[in-house]
Design a protein around this ligand. Sequence first.
Ligand code: ATP
Length: 359
Amino acid sequence: MAEIVLDNVAHSYDGGNTYALKKIDMTWEDGSAYALLGPSGCGKTTLLNIMSGIVKPSQGRIYIDGVDITDKPTEDRNIAQVFQFPVLYDTMSVRKNLEFPLKNRKVAPDVIEKRVAEIAELLGLEDDLDIRPGKLRSDLQQIVSLGRGLVRSDVAAILFDEPLTVIDQNFKWTLRNRLKRLHLQTGVTLVYVTHDQTEALTFADKVLLMNAGEVVQTGSSEDLFLEPTHEFAGYFIGSPGMNFLDVSVKDSVVTFEGMKLGVADVSGLQGSYRLGVRPEFVTPGGAQGHQMTVVRVENRGGYQLIKLGLGSQTLLSKVESDVSVREGDKVAFTFVPERTFLFEHKVMCAKVQPAGKGR
Ligand code: ATP
């Protein structure tokens, strides 16, 4: 196990015209489970491949336990990688595929036997060990591929590039939990690429949220949900994502189309900002509420999604099923103070308190 450091790393595939990965400085803490989360094309695979050695970064250095490995090939890095689709030898049995990474490193036969049995048990492959992978369903082939990534116990980290894409929805959940169990048992650093927020949030201790080649926020799933430091975290995390209003701020007083919405908790703000508040934190009632028109009420089974009109814009509120509102009603809704943010150039710069409570 080891600490991996990315120092000033960036990558361009086209000689510096565009950067698939913009500058990143990061220490991957030993034993943590990370998710790289973001939309297609945001640079997740590029970052992963830089760590494993498939891609050499255009700039910056990579260290494992203080040793510069930037110029080392994949096989000398002590990093295992599992890809989106199965990478297996079909001339060998499942057992031999699982043994292969260990035999390659001259691990003792009794250790190999024990380790392969453990991994087969973890992944539910006990009955398939003597079959050739080609005879298995494609999702089971991918599970064997996962096993090949997990079988070595001496690696600095295991990198997963959307490994569950071809796995059936129900089994995905089981596998994710097994990976989590393996992580808790072995303490190996895991880095898991996904564009699925549920997958990232249930799996990882820390999520690196990426957009357009940049890590926009790193934190726990709670941090990303409750304290988004970038508009993109507000938009991408949550279902549905954050509401945004274009507001004016004068002497820290926040107004929207002439309506006073509150006061920023940072003094002296002036100009145009974006106010962001998640649907969960637009709540009915409250003495400091703002009058809004109920445009639509959708029962989503377990909660209601209410579309509200405020001036010329609409926003969403997510409330319990038993809250009684009807289309056309005019109701006061409150923006929960600790969960209402101002963003300047997409970066969070203040929270919005009810009028009279700010500085
Ligand atoms: P996805 O979820 O679709 O796999 P991603 O977040 O993993 O996307 P990358 O695959 O890292 O994103 O791609 C980042 C950017 O780099 C994209 O614009 C992509 O088109 C470009 N890119 C990726 N690989 C190459 C390559 N080998 N040559 C040129 N451009 C590439």
